[in-house]
Ligand binder design. Sequence first.
Ligand code: HEC
Length: 137
Amino acid sequence: MKPIAITTTLMACSLSMQLHAEGIDDLINHYASQAKSETSFFAGFDSNRGKDLYLKEFVGGKKDTPSCTSCHTNNPTQLGETRAGKSIEPMAVSVNPKRYQTLEKAEKWFRRNCKSVLGRECTSTEKGDFLTFMKNS
Ligand code: HEC
């Protein structure tokens, strides 16, 4: 294939992936294919690792948000709260099936929240682990 054809094919693939990401399984599949292309040792997502990420207190981010639980509480089936006191719907799919519907929303909040908590963006593996934990919660 000529480079231009390869580029066009890649663009079409990533576009169709965005359009088809309409639920947690699509998001998990999206992050799995990203993780596979980023690491040669990707061996699937792990709900327990996702739980650890969710509960862990980090030191690299903002002082008032050391953990995902700072806003989402340490029980993902409960209502959370922003720093300003605004309520956040639960993160667990079992009690809130409206979660994780679009890649756009997931990416926006992963970017923002991982930066606040970890002081960096989350990797595709971390995002997939987190979603796998939420799917099981
Ligand atoms: C400063 C408060 C705060 C912290 C800390 C926080 N979040 Fe959030 N999160 C929010 C808010 C606000 C929303 C958007 C409102 C909503 O979707 O109910 C959100 C939404 C999300 C979403 C989008 C869910 C969807 O339905 O698509 C994801 C994913 C997410 N957060 C992951 C995380 C992860 C991972 C961490 C820890 C690394 C984290 N959040 C820490 C406040 C926070």
